[in-house]
Design a protein around this ligand. Structure first.
Ligand SMILES: NC(=O)c1ccc[n+]([C@@H]2O[C@H](COP(=O)([O-])OP(=O)(O)OC[C@H]3O[C@@H](n4cnc5c(N)ncnc54)[C@H](O)[C@@H]3O)[C@@H](O)[C@H]2O)c1
Length: 317
């Protein structure tokens, strides 16, 4: 089986979604790629190169709008569901809105996917684990989200799995770890790699909250795209959740030193008091993803950082 027909990418103008769109547009058997995105954090710029193609359609709307979802999902074969309030601090400020978008919005899509018998790949998050008790964290680790965002991602996962059990919907949940790469919007809410890289290239000091020994599992966006495409084609993946990380643990101090070295920036690394709620260590056990989906991430942190830094220095971000 290979990807074909009509495909919907929710949040397709966002950081990760737009890379999925690019990859789908490269596949000859894909007849049409439809993006629904309200541009709340995404940018039309990220998909501008597809505008005008007769295989591409952009719908600027909200996934909470059931009428629009009903219309765009007619005859859809696959859904890559990326649209979300993808941000922990915002979810703490506005949990209702987070729930509406991330949970109720997902339910709207699942209901249409059920009617259309679409394959449904859901962008979940390692935030469902909260502060893991054992590392590397496996999918069967008890989920204990510590933010409305994490709770919303877990609730939407539960819906995807319930739709699989109850209606046989072909759904799979991918728990992304820390994703980085081109097009991640640079703001106070961006990932640490985007912030450090932009600051280093502007000659601004790198700020670490706490001792810098907290760790994360950083995965390059191209690898995330590949995991999505493989999961969609893998019947054994339906009804399951998967960690999508690299299985490699990197401390924030190590990351800051690497970015400073690759950029050659003359900046200081400054420590500030730790952030409340910041988890200490995070790294994925990726054996399930390797075994069932047959996917192994290919981009090393050094290679991913080098191409990302090149991209940011070229002024594209
Ligand atoms: N970036 C990461 O490190 C990371 C890690 C784990 C999980 N995720 C998940 O991956 C997905 C994509 O995240 P991203 O980093 O690309 O974020 P992003 O903010 O760049 O992308 C989200 C997209 O969804 C759109 N959107 C938001 N609310 C919408 C709504 N109600 N209706 C229609 N469109 C809406 C935004 O405009 C944006 O284009 C999200 O589901 C996020 O939870 C991301």
């Amino acid at each position: 089986m290979s990807l074909n027909g009509k495909i919907l990418v929710t949040g397709g103008a966002g950081f990760i979604g737009s890379h999925i769109v690019d990859a789908l547009m490269e596949i000859r058997d894909v007849d049409e790629v439809v993006v629904i995105d309200d541009l709340s954090t995404g940018k039309a710029w990220n998909i501008k190169h597809h505008i005008g193609s007769d295989r591409f359609r952009f719908v600027k709307d909200n996934i909470r709008n059931r009428g629009v979802i009903h219309e765009v999902m007619k005859d859809v074969n696959y859904v890559f569901h990326e649209a979300a309030m993808a941000n922990v601090p915002l979810s703490l400020k506005d949990p209702h809105r987070c729930y509406e978008i991330n949970v109720a919005g997902t339910l709207n899509l699942l209901e249409e996917a059920r009617i259309q018998d679409s394959i449904f790949i859901y962008a979940s998050s390692c935030a469902v684990y909260g502060n893991p008790r054992s590392l590397p964290v496996r999918e069967d680790h008890p989920p204990r989200p510590i933010s409305p965002y994490g709770a919303s991602k877990l609730s939407a996962e539960a819906l995807c799995l319930a739709y699989n059990e109850a209606y046989g919907l072909k759904s799979a949940c991918l728990r992304y770890f820390n994703v980085y790469g081109p097009r991640q919007a640079y703001s106070q809410y961006a990932g640490v790699i985007t912030i450090f890289t932009n600051r280093a290239l502007r000659g601004e000091d790198l700020i670490i909250y706490g001792d810098g020994m907290q760790t994360r599992d950083f995965i390059y966006v191209r690898d995330i795209v590949e995991a999505n495409l493989l999961a969609a084609e893998c019947e054994d993946a339906y009804g399951k959740v998967f960690n999508v990380g690299t299985g490699k643990e990197t401390s924030i101090i190590e990351l800051a030193l690497k970015i400073r070295e690759i950029t050659g920036a003359d900046v200081q690394i400054i420590h500030k008091p730790p952030l409340k709620g910041d988890i200490r260590r995070s790294v994925a056990d990726i054996s399930r993803m390797k075994r069932i989906i047959g996917f192994t991430p290919r981009t090393s942190l050094r290679d991913g950082l080098s191409s990302f830094i090149k991209y940011v220095s070229s002024g594209l971000q």
